[in-house]
Design a protein around this ligand. Structure first.
Ligand SMILES: Cc1cc2nc3c(=O)[nH]c(=O)nc-3n(C[C@H](O)[C@H](O)[C@H](O)COP(=O)(O)OP(=O)(O)OC[C@H]3O[C@@H](n4cnc5c(N)ncnc54)[C@H](O)[C@@H]3O)c2cc1C
Length: 428
């Protein structure tokens, strides 16, 4: 007889959702989280599409620690001395099914863990699971500190760079080209200042992504999200590029914050938090198997994350995958079969949901980003030069755009432009 029906490793986004499902259906559940409190070690940009929360907690909007609702989507192509921004706003962003909010993980993760605890899940904080117990090739529990704890099924919800996933399903850890590192500062500002600077009302705000200069022209990008009385500002850069970069990532963030387009937005703010975290970049094609005998993977431990340039998503996938993993584990426990065959419904449930459908649709995007360095240097500069040709006047006779624009495209190369445009269309 096992100590628990289910052990869940990690209480970020996926873990508490799985724990909630299992505990609500009367299963004995132990969640082991290495952070001294849930969220202590976690970080997102971060914008959360909230529909997976609504499905499980219909009243989440009045209860969960959400920051500002996103009412402005901004994307910038940033050159060292210029910035070109698209700002999109739409009343449909307020529809419950489309809604997204900025979140701070220290608060969100504690709220999620409380939902699982209130449903009956037991928690141990401040200790890491070091390895999996295997019996006859089947996962039968975990080792954490001095303890060996057994369970009918173990759910790995331990996030990016999972050390346990390869023990569970035998895959290699992702390569440096398939992993990125993110760093972020939380900068405090008066709520009315945030509203003035982002042209939004109380409780409303912006999700703003930047390509180009934030990462000094290497693969990755910058981000800014508006919280109630803070801004989350940071950048994500691919590890293989960072290894070759002349400028360390913390200096990239300093330079980004001092860019003439961003400095006035941050002016007068006080840095109240710094953080850094890995994020998987490989997408669908790099995903490991989602289950083996006695074990399931949910969220970023299974690389369920996508950075599509215009949006970063991982939390919504993790919340939904955690829910499905909890439901499928419950069904397998009820049927008395937590072997790979007994857990097979999990993959099918994700195939039928937005999780694997979206990851599959965007599966070419990581490859496109990795192989299109011009996105991060030549194109932001080309757009800057085009804008200069359109808007800068100095008393000299203007050149017609039909004459001033083609040389800019020629500088990048017509073939490159065509190839990248087709690659982008195929990837999206
Ligand atoms: C810079 C950055 C920006 C991002 N921006 C966004 C965004 O805007 N929107 C979005 O949707 N996603 C974003 N993401 C991705 C998102 O944060 C993740 O995809 C999401 O958190 C994954 O959830 P998870 O539950 O799988 O893992 P996590 O949330 O990482 O949780 C894993 C948990 O497991 C614990 N743990 C790990 N190992 C062990 C162990 N051995 N024993 C015990 N506990 C363990 C960790 O402490 C952690 O609490 C961003 C990520 C980064 C790094």
């Amino acid at each position: 007889m096992a100590d628990f029906d289910a052990i869940i490793v990690g209480s970020g986004c996926a873990g508490p959702m799985a724990a909630f499902e299992l505990a609500s259906r009367g299963k004995s559940v132990l969640v082991i989280e290495r952070g001294n409190y849930c969220g202590a070690k976690n970080m997102s940009g971060g914008r959360l599409y909230t529909h997976p929360l609504r499905e499980v907690f219909p009243n989440f909007a009045s209860d969960a620690p959400l920051e500002r609702r996103i009412t402005h989507e901004r994307i910038s192509l940033m050159a060292p001395d210029a910035n070109f921004t698209i700002d999109y706003t739409d009343q449909h962003m307020a529809d419950p099914n489309h809604e997204s909010h900025a979140v701070l993980r220290g608060r969100l993760d504690q709220w999620l863990a409380t939902q699982a605890q209130d449903a009956g899940a037991e928690y141990i904080n401040g200790i890491a699971v070091e390895s999996l117990i295997k019996q006859g090739g089947r996962v039968a529990g975990v080792r954490a500190g001095e303890d060996e704890i057994s369970a009918e099924v173990v759910l790995l919800c331990d996030g990016a760079n999972s050390l346990l996933a390869s023990q569970a399903v035998g895959t290699d850890p992702p390569s440096p080209a398939a992993m990125a590192v993110g760093i972020k500062e939380v900068i405090q500002l008066d709520p009315s200042v945030i509203q003035d600077r982002f042209h939004c009302g109380p409780g409303e705000g912006a999700a703003w992504l930047f390509v180009g200069d934030p990462t000094h022209g290497t693969t990755g990008g910058g981000f800014l999200y508006t919280n109630q009385d803070t801004l989350s500002v940071g950048l994500v850069a691919t590890i293989s590029d960072l290894m070759a970069a002349e400028v360390p990532i913390y200096q990239m963030l300093e330079d980004f914050k001092h860019h003439p387009a961003l400095a006035p937005v941050l002016a007068g703010g006080t840095v109240v938090e710094h953080s850094g975290h890995m994020v998987a970049e490989g997408g669908y094609s790099a995903m490991p198997p989602l289950a083996a005998d006695g074990v399931m993977l949910a969220g970023e431990s299974a690389l369920m994350v996508i950075n599509a340039g215009y949006t970063v998503r991982g939390m919504d996938f993790a919340l939904a995958a955690g829910t499905q993993a909890g439901r499928c584990a419950t069904a397998a426990l009820d049927a008395g079969d937590t072997s790979l065959a007994g857990l097979a419904g999990y993959r099918q449930a994700l195939e039928d949901s937005f999780v694997l459908r979206d990851l599959k649709t965007l599966r070419r995007f990581p490859h496109f980003m990795e192989n299109t360095p011009r996105m991060f240097n030549a194109y932001p500069q080309m757009v800057r030069d085009a804008m200069r040709a359109v808007f800068l006047l100095d008393g000299e006779p203007v050149k017609p755009l039909r004459k001033s624009l083609p040389p800019l495209a020629k500088k990048v190369g017509y073939l490159n432009l065509l190839r990248d445009a087709l690659g982008g269309i195929r990837a999206l």
